[in-house]
Design a protein around this ligand. Structure first.
Ligand SMILES: NC(=O)C1=CN([C@@H]2O[C@H](COP(=O)(O)OP(=O)(O)OC[C@H]3O[C@@H](n4cnc5c(N)ncnc54)[C@H](OP(=O)(O)O)[C@@H]3O)[C@@H](O)[C@H]2O)C=CC1
Ligand SMILES: O=C(O)CCCC(=O)O
Length: 492
């Protein structure tokens, strides 16, 4: 790595560039390493400790040792450490954003936005730590008292994806820590540097050894670590964000140990524009939803359905806006779309586009692969239900626009998928807003907006998009067990 030309040369605090694993409060070099690259340039950024199943066992044991002291801290003490971590994440927003743009590719402004978003989960759960309340219940005879207490579930594991290198970690780890659970994190192979910097800041915030462990790994070792997490009787909960395929593997592997799972999996978000919508607002929403992170989020609009009366107007206005989007290295001024994460992601966009063209779609704007891992923001019209882009998540900057006639037709098409994460629709009719909002089989519905994510809402899906909810006051429920106490002889 030539540090002079590396985008990481400009870190204000170079000690945030951590490349070793964190186990039991110690930075571990590991016996093997893997390279991390900048998807915009292909250049190597760093080599990182490559840990496997054996170290996963060690990290789990360390977390288990740290558990009694961590759960016995008062909620206020845990809250203070989380609050300090939040402040350090925000104080280092610029550097964390820079690390993220370098390894993930999203434009710097968007990366800094993710730092704030990721930190907001830490701030939120620092507060929620103090609200893990119990209940008293009416007794069934006067000689007894009935109580419900909520206790931390135990050692938790988190497996996170590359598309949100910070926020997907904090959305899992902050509620676990707040509840009194230690964590072992396995970040994505492609984006460990942001995660490691965040772990360093957690240590600076006073996180005790063993309470937060982080194991970078390459693809093969990730599979080995996943097996250890799933088989372990000590790990009581696994939270995973990523593909439905891997979610299914983790669920099957966890069956023997009957583990609690939170799964945030693939989506295939419909974005419906009715004739009565405010078209300019729908265009803004579609841009925000479709092209966030170059289309690489599970809540990105994947299928845009437009009612026939406004179809041509929407397509024309939408494409006009898309043509103004600047594509390039995320560190360049004015860039709003960076590279895709890896060559396979570019190939998937190309495959979906080729398939759509072969089945009769027309390119309205874009349609070309640029150099390296860049792909033009693309809009196609005349999309139909038999196309790959209708059935699978493209996870890239391709917007297929489908035409529909009736509300029933749009709802049926939107629900015609095994996924059920996010959905969106635009209408000014209050009756329709309730009808469609209730009929969409999704965990989240954006109505007259393309932006739904924030820390205090329950984020999650139905059907094969996953299990459980993250964020909000419900997010901590995943990390606590209810215990019923039945107390007799109180009148003696
Ligand atoms: N819901 C979402 O937010 C996301 C959805 N996706 C979807 O998945 C597709 C593929 O993306 P990809 O990154 O490959 O997603 P994966 O589901 O393969 O990876 C997500 C995380 O799981 C890890 N992992 C992969 N296989 C296993 C395993 N058997 N046991 C334990 N951990 C494992 C990965 O590690 P490693 O990085 O080392 O392979 C990574 O940390 C995307 O195109 C997109 O459609 C992808 C990312 C996020
Ligand atoms: O699963 C994803 O793609 C990341 C979630 C994005 C969000 O929180 O809005």
């Amino acid at each position: 790595m030539d540090m002079k030309t590396s985008p990481l040369a400009l870190l204000k605090d170079p000690s945030l560039l951590k490349t070793d694993a964190l186990i039991d409060g110690e930075w571990v070099h590991g016996t093997s390493r893997f390279d991390v690259h900048d998807p915009a340039t292909g250049l190597k950024l760093a080599d990182v400790a490559n840990l496997g199943g054996r170290e996963a066992e060690q990290a789990i044991a360390a977390a288990n040792r740290a558990w009694p002291a961590w759960r016995n801290r008062t909620a206020k003490e845990r809250s203070a450490i989380l609050r300090k971590w939040y402040e350090l994440l925000m104080a280092n927003q610029e550097d964390l954003g820079r690390l993220m743009t370098a390894e993930q590719g999203k434009p710097l402004a968007e990366a800094k936005g993710e730092v704030a978003y990721g930190a907001s989960f830490v701030e939120w759960f620092a507060e929620e730590a103090k609200r893990v309340n119990g209940e008293t219940l009416p007794q069934f005879d006067n000689n007894r008292r009935l109580l419900v207490i909520r206790q931390p579930i135990g050692v938790c594991a988190a497996i996170t994806p590359w598309n949100f290198p910070l926020a997907m970690i904090t959305r899992k780890v902050a509620p676990a820590l707040a509840a009194g659970c230690p964590v072992v994190i396995k970040p994505a192979e492609l984006t460990p540097l942001t995660a490691l910097a965040a772990a360093e800041l957690a240590m600076r915030a006073g996180m005790p050894p063993g309470v937060l462990n982080l194991l970078p790994a390459d693809g093969a070792n990730s599979i080995a670590i996943g097996k250890v997490f799933c088989a372990s009787d000590i790990v009581r909960h696994i939270s995973f964000t990523g593909s439905t395929e891997v979610g299914r593997i983790l669920m099957a592997q966890s069956a023997p140990s009957i583990k609690k799972l939170s799964l945030e999996l693939g989506g295939n978000a419909p974005f419906i524009v009715f004739d009565d919508a405010d078209i300019d607002s729908a265009v803004e929403g579609a841009i925000a939803s479709k092209y966030r992170n170059a289309g690489q989020t599970c809540v990105c609009a994947n299928r845009i359905y437009v009612q026939e009366g406004v179809y041509d107007a929407f397509v024309q206005k939408f494409a006009a806006k898309v043509r103004t989007m600047k594509v390039g290295n995320g560190f360049e001024e004015g860039v709003v779309q960076g590279p895709l994460i890896e060559p396979a992601a570019v190939q998937k966009v190309q495959q979906h586009l080729d398939d759509a063209k072969a089945k009769g779609a027309q390119i309205v704007t874009g349609g070309s692969r640029l150099q390296g891992q860049f792909f033009e923001p693309t809009v196609i019209s005349g999309a139909t239900g038999d196309m790959l882009c209708a059935r699978e998540e493209t996870f890239g900057p391709l917007a297929p626009v489908f035409r529909f006639k009736t509300e029933q037709e749009a709802i049926a098409a939107a629900n015609n998928t095994e996924f059920g994460l996010a959905s969106y629709f635009y209408s000014r009719d209050v009756g329709r807003i309730f009808r469609v909002g209730e009929a969409l089989e999704y965990g989240m519905v954006g109505i007259n907006t393309g932006v739904i994510s924030t820390e205090h809402v329950p984020f999650g899906g139905v059907k094969q998009s996953g299990l459980g909810r993250e964020g909000s006051s419900h997010g901590i429920d995943e990390y606590v067990e209810m215990k019923y106490l039945c107390l007799g002889d109180v009148l003696k």
